[in-house]
Design a binder for this molecule. Structure first.
Ligand code: ATP
Length: 911
């Protein structure tokens, strides 16, 4: 789309808000009741393009590559290259520059990985919109909208395009994204004055704003860059970096270390030249060696790659991370508060039982397929002969916003699955959905909301009669009923008996809905809360089955083993909740606190119970916030799931807010840290497992890399302090740090989940990553590495080897020790020496193969001999070097064994 076209379009049609909605519909040639047809949609999409804001151009590869050189360490190295060049050490200069280049390439690749990871999760989060086309409702990617489309809005939606409202029912929209005003605006459909400013255009809903209440329908008048938000922000640049608190800490640590090392290097330079009387050139090279030895050059890159791979793996397991620090928090999660419907259960509902004034019936059949009969005891019922049955089924069909589509095998619901089940039941009863809707057109509705727990619709039939159908949570409906419909018409209602029926259905794990009706004056055009507060006639109860997901049952067991408490927080009935909790084997499935009880309890009383009780029923979203806060006050790290607008505060408050990808509203997704694409509880638990893995792998990368730098630094320090020759030259150290170490450490990013990852308790949130055990391990390995390097170097010299040969042995020894250490570090506390553990990581084996190849080139290729001053190693020394590597591995295996024994003794002593 070009600018001129857009300007013309804007000046030609600027005042949608001032025109009646009918005129707007006419302008876009669309009938709001049926929407556009597909050929027209295709034509308009070609003309107007996708409904997407133009994205900022991604940085070019070249600028991304150049950005790699903007880094303190690189400046240090470039400085070193300059000085070596001035001193005439050309080979060193070339090597340093080569290493700088290699480092930039690694950084470039690593950033590419990070960007891929972020793009993948962004793409999974694209918004969706409910549209009416060809008389049917569809949920589509918001990107597919075209001008003239009829869009249905409900609480929690982010408005997907600019639209002129056609219908508004208690519709409130928060327009802070556009106007800065955070109080939601009540919307109507009447036109306003042409000069009204954005915030006063009550008949419009603008792209990017948030529906906080009610329902509405609108005609799309602007998409993509032609929306108000598109005009404000021509470009949405999504500059994000892949980082977490731990990574930031490590980056600060690296910077701090670099600074400290430079200071120290200056001191040593002075010490070397003034005290030891070294030549400035030689002293400078020593200092450069020390600096590159101590600074863990590869660490930040490795950590970012580890995180990027973690985020990608999570996305592959249906968990989309919206705020990266949550990857770390996942590992310390102690409590998961989960919704029931659709998360712990399958959300494939079916009406199984009907309880009416004329008795109990069972409904036969499977899933949404409308095949199956009705039985009352042993009797098979013909619905046509039982008006009480048809009446109940018709009410369920009409007081309903879902549609059911399909043919023989495959039936699908668009909308609420529970409402889909009601349609299936009505079809089984011989009703025709379209005929019924045509015969009893709907004139108004009170939409369902989690607070009131019912929905009501007003209908008129063609004989001029008006009536309201109400369906909802039984206690909400029953309260307003004064009679019940039985075999002979209206009968007296015995509330206690009906309570009993409800309890019985719920105890069986069925979700219970009550359906009622009421005659209205024939001229009634609207239905209000007052109309449905009394005088209803109960048509019956519907018992729906929604079995727990098999994988959720397993995931709950996994949580138990992992020391994570699962709590079910549902809007459903206490009895149903208890029955499902029992089937899921929650730790405490017997006790239930209901929303009502919760209201009556003060914080102290609730705080005493909240740890123990795992089932919360009939709670509204506000209660969730209170539960999270109280659990957190007891020191728990809490995850909370949610899907509605009202869940947003609790999601924000929780340490890990989890929104449902399918049934969740945009509002919930935006408030959440993580979105679960398949709404499945098992995916949450897999995300926790992956979170623990990422943290373990970050830890392993740090524990792997630090001792190498430590070992090198110790070797050089000893040399400087005792006035000995350096066992490894600075450029050789650069080679080890930036090539061999990085290639090996990269393998750790791909480490699989440790077998006991979900068998240990959650990590305390305030636990330092580098525990005293790890510090000891780092120190031990650093010392062993220094001993190995120094040992072989001195020994070789004593045996008469040349300095170059001795140094080549030393470098190879260091790399071999790294290789063996890699296998050791993969399992920090348990033995690494088993056939399976040595060979079960393809990444590790590949990394070793690559490093072996590089090392052979380094040692035997003449050009490498020239650049790095290396010499070919003979067989005997080669074996010696490998044996030193094996030795390091053996010492560490013995240490692990010894530590495990000590820990065992400690435990058996009762410690
Ligand atoms: P969860 O929080 O576990 O997802 P839920 O889906 O049962 O539970 P809500 O959506 O708050 O929670 O529903 C609460 C109750 O409201 C349900 O048990 C049901 O009785 C009633 N209800 C749910 N959806 C509708 C609807 N579309 N129309 C009428 N009543 C409904």
């Amino acid at each position: 789309m070009n600018e001129a076209w857009r300007d013309q379009a804007r000046s030609a049609t600027p005042d949608w808000h001032a025109r009646p909605a009918e005129a707007v519909a006419e302008h876009w040639t669309v009938a709001p009741e049926s929407g556009l047809d597909e050929p027209e949609v295709t034509r308009r999409r070609e003309r107007h393009g996708p409904n997407r804001l133009p994205e900022a151009k991604p940085r070019s590869a070249l600028s991304r590559f150049l950005a790699q050189f903007r880094n303190l360490l690189i400046y240090v190295l470039l400085g070193a290259a300059l000085i070596t060049a001035l001193l005439g050490h050309w080979v060193d200069t070339a090597v340093i520059l080569g290493v700088v280049l290699v480092n930039a390439v690694i950084g470039f690749v690593q950033e590419g990985k990070a960007e891929d990871a972020l793009r993948a999760i962004r793409d999974m989060l694209s918004a969706r919109a409910m549209v009416r086309r060809e008389g049917r409702q569809y949920t589509l990617p918001a990107e597919d909208l075209v001008p003239g489309d009829i869009v249905l809005l409900q609480a929690g939606d982010r408005v997907p395009a600019d639209m002129r409202l056609w219908r508004a029912r208690g519709l409130q929209i928060e327009e802070a994204a556009l106007t800065g005003e955070s109080v939601a605006q009540e919307k109507v459909t009447e036109p306003v004055a042409g000069e009204a400013v954005l915030g006063d255009r009550l008949g419009m809903a603008y792209s990017g704003t948030l529906v906080t209440h009610g329902q509405g329908t609108g005609i799309v008048v602007g998409t993509g860059a032609d929306t108000e938000i598109g005009r404000i922000s021509r470009l949405v640049s999504q500059v994000e970096t892949l980082t977490t608190p731990l990574l930031r800490q490590m980056a600060t640590f690296s910077r701090w270390l670099t600074g400290a090392v430079l200071g120290l290097a200056a001191l040593i330079f002075l010490f070397g030249t003034l005290w030891r009387g070294m030549a400035p050139g030689e002293s400078f090279m020593t200092v450069v060696g020390l600096a590159v030895a101590v600074i863990p050059e590869g660490l930040p890159a490795i950590l970012t790659v580890t995180l990027a791979i973690g985020v990608q793996r999570l996305a592959g397991r249906q968990a989309i991370i919206r705020r990266l620090p949550v990857v770390e928090t996942l590992g310390s999660l102690g409590v998961i508060c989960s919704d029931k419907t659709g998360t712990l259960t399958r959300n494939e509902m079916m009406v199984r039982s009907l309880v009416t004034g004329a008795g109990h019936c069972t409904v036969e059949g499977e899933g949404y397929r409308p095949r199956g009969g009705f039985r009352r005891g042993d009797e098979t019922l013909d619905p046509a002969c039982h008006p009480w049955l048809t009446r109940l089924l018709r009410a369920g069909l009409l007081c309903n916003d879902a549609t059911l589509e399909g043919s023989d095998g495959d039936w699908q619901v668009h909308g609420d699955p529970m409402e889909g089940a009601l349609i299936t039941a009505a079809l089984k009863g011989g009703l025709e959905a379209d005929d019924e809707r045509a015969a009893n057109p709907r004139t108004d509705l009170i939409p369902f909301d989690a607070e009131h727990k019912f929905m009501a619709t007003l209908h008129h039939d063609h004989r001029g009669q008006a009536f309201v159908y109400v369906k909802g949570a039984p206690e909400a409906v029953l309260r307003a009923c004064q009679a019940v419909w039985g075999e002979q018409g209206e009968e007296v209602l015995d509330p206690e008996a009906w309570e009993g029926h409800i309890e019985a259905l719920a105890a069986d794990g069925q979700r219970v809905l009550a359906v009622a009706c009421k005659a209205m004056p024939s001229h009634a055009q609207e239905v209000d809360f007052a109309d449905v507060e009394s005088g209803l006639v109960l048509l019956g109860l519907l018992g729906l089955i929604d079995p727990p997901r098999e994988e959720a049952i397993r995931a709950v067991a996994d949580c138990r083993a992992a020391g994570i408490r699962v709590k079910m927080i549902t809007g459903d009935h206490a009895g149903t909740a208890r029955a499902i909790a029992g089937q899921l084997h929650l730790a405490n499935a017997d006790e239930v606190i209901t929303g009502q009880q919760l209201e009556r309890m003060d914080d102290d009383a609730l705080a005493r119970r909240v740890g123990e009780v795992d089932v919360y029923a009939r709670v509204s979203p506000e209660h969730k916030l209170r539960l999270v806060t109280l659990l957190q006050a007891q020191g728990a790290i809490v995850a909370m799931t949610g899907d509605g607008v009202n869940d947003a505060p609790a999601l924000k408050r929780a340490d890990v807010g989890i929104a449902m990808g399918r049934k969740g509203t945009e509002a919930a997704k935006e408030a959440a840290e993580m979105v679960i694409a398949d709404d499945n509880f098992a995916s949450i638990v897999r995300a926790v497992e992956q979170g623990r893995t990422v943290y373990d792998n970050l830890k392993k990368a740090i524990v792997f890399l630090l001792p190498i730098n430590g070992g090198e630094a110790i070797s050089i320090l000893i040399a400087v302090l005792f006035g000995l020759t350096l066992p490894i030259t600075p450029v050789q150290i650069l080679w080890v740090n930036m090539v061999s170490s990085v290639a090996l450490a990269m393998a750790l990013a791909f480490e699989a989940t440790e077998p006991d990852a979900m068998r240990r308790p959650p990590r305390p949130a305030d636990e330092a990553m580098i525990s005293s055990f790890l510090l000891w391990r780092i120190a031990l390995v650093a010392a062993l590495m220094a001993a190995g390097v120094f040992g072989i170097f001195r020994l070789a010299l004593a045996e008469g080897a040349s300095l170059e040969e001795a140094r080549t042995y030393a470098v190879n020894t260091l790399v071999l020790m790294e290789i063996f250490y890699l296998f050791s570090v993969r399992f920090l506390r348990t033995p690494s020496l088993t056939w399976e553990r040595m060979f079960n990581s393809r990444a590790a084996i590949l990394a070793v193969a690559v490093v072996a190849l590089l090392q052979l080139t380094f040692t035997y290729a003449p050009f490498m001999n020239h650049f790095f001053d290396t010499r070919p190693v003979d067989f005997v020394h080669g074996v010696e070097i490998v044996l030193i590597g094996v030795g390091l591995f053996a010492v560490l295996e013995v240490e692990k064994l010894w530590l495990r024994r000590a820990a065992g003794r400690h435990r058996s002593d009762g410690g």
